[in-house]
Design a protein around this ligand. Sequence first.
Ligand code: ATP
Ligand code: MG
Ligand code: FE
Length: 353
Amino acid sequence: AIILGIETSCDETAAAIVVRDQSGRGTIRSNVVRSQLDEHAAFGGVVPELAARAHVEWLDHIIAQAIQEAGIELCEIDAVAATAGPGLIGGVLVGLTTAKALAASLDKPLIGVNHLEGHALTARLTNGVAFPYLMLLVSGGHSQFVLVRGVGDYERWGGTIDDALGEAFDKVAKLLSLGHPGGPALEHTARLGDPKRFKFPRPLLREDRLDFSFSGLKTAVRLQAEALAPLSDQDVADIAASFQDTVAHIVGYRARQALERFSTLFPTEPIRLVVAGGVAANRRIAETLETPCHEFGAELIVPPIALCTDNGAMIAWAGAERLALGSSDSLAIAARPRWPLQDETMQVKRHGT
Ligand code: ATP
Ligand code: MG
Ligand code: FE
């Protein structure tokens, strides 16, 4: 099936054409992403109203470009998939309403995709990963371990009780004046720094639960920066490197616990850890995950960076997986600002049942 995927839940306006063949293999025919970085740069973060307006302005062009780059005609599409949540509601409404209009006018099925399911299933598109697998989702809005049993079948094993990891990167980068988005800038700066210079706290780590807490760490970094002010370039690099090392240690430690739980639960299954979300782009964090994976004989799967951050291909693919199971949505489906993966509405409902 040929699926158009639309993503507008945050600050990327994105559309893609993905083809899923009979054997379940996916091919990306086009994947167009327009980031709104410039619109939001002056504000040091994403402004929801500006984001929604930019999606309105650009989405039609981005879809047209995705169709054109795929070398198909609009009428050849078999279904339209769009993010229906979670995310900034104005943006989600722009994408979902456009998808409804296209689906209605082409008389093709509509699939309202959970953005997090898009991140969760990407590794099946890029690496053909089989169920079940363990996912570490680390993005701008989420940080959690999820057991992925099947399409729509997710079990959250723990996650952040305050800031998301990407958010922590962004906030620390902001207080070091590294610009927005902070994650890539902070990683770049950290290369020149001494990761051992500062010892930052590792909240919650002594407790035996798969949760994260990053807000106290962020405060400790801020206090350190204030104590040293004015900061030299070396100070900034050392703080960035020490912060990054601390979070990498925390994530690696928790991953070991999660892998242990997975291997106990599925003693005869191959063990796979899939990293999803924008923070998966961080080399230091990916490297840190190699050690526990090696220990458990687990395969570590990190999709290409362009598919870890927000894009239309992951939404098209999640839609394709659902469509293949006979599931689609009515045109009455609502946009949802909040929509946890383990929500009962995620279960695949076959059409007409
Ligand atoms: P969500 O998917 O939870 O709704 P989102 O869509 O905003 O959130 P993504 O697009 O998946 O998040 O990822 C963006 C986040 O990833 C940002 O917080 C960004 O700083 C972070 N990030 C990107 N590259 C890196 C990097 N190299 N190191 C650390 N963080 C990074
Ligand atoms: Mg984004
Ligand atoms: Fe995302």
